[in-house]
Design a protein around this ligand. Structure first.
Ligand code: SF4
Ligand code: SF4
Length: 146
């Protein structure tokens, strides 16, 4: 008896499953064939941070003040800079973020006195180890130039 009960239950769930498939068959498709097709990003999407390029300097405006590094709650920013001359402003030479630990809280973007940081639209980051998530924002800006 339990054998036939199982057969009937199995047959019924098969019919139910096929019913769902048939009902969905005529509805508009809501999925996209990624990566051949991409959906438009939301204007409020937050990728990892990156430097803006300013027309006045032709590059970023990071003065390596270290404010973002100090205030970052995740402690994932490392910035270094040099002064070309005694009286010149400091300019960042290295700016790394470890995006694997960034919470995208936005403090660094908000707090930057030169407003040189923004969110990127990057959403396809992948890596083979955790160090692939460490991003050099200066190198990234230079890559965009070429
Ligand atoms: S978004 Fe927040 S956690 Fe990420 S680097 Fe900026 S301050 Fe740090
Ligand atoms: S990104 Fe802004 S806050 Fe951070 S070191 Fe550069 S100038 Fe200072």
């Amino acid at each position: 008896m339990s054998y036939w009960k199982e057969v009937i239950n199995g047959g019924w769930s098969l019919i139910e499953g096929m019913g769902v498939t048939v009902r969905r068959l005529w509805r508009p498709v809501v999925t996209v064939q990624y990566p051949r097709r991409h959906l438009p990003l939301s204007p409020v999407y937050r990728g990892h941070t990156e430097f803006k390029r300013f027309a006045t300097t032709g590059t970023h405006n990071c003065i390596a003040c270290g404010t973002c590094e100090r205030e970052c709650p995740s402690g994932v920013i490392k910035v270094q800079g040099i002064k070309q001359h005694a009286k010149s402003d400091k300019v960042a030479t290295h700016y790394f973020i470890d995006f694997t630990r960034c919470s995208l809280c936005g403090l660094c973007v908000e707090i930057c006195p030169t407003q040189t940081l923004k969110y990127s639209t990057e959403y396809q980051l992948a890596g083979e180890n955790r160090w692939d998530g460490v991003i050099d924002l200066i190198a990234r800006l230079e890559e965009k130039e070429s």
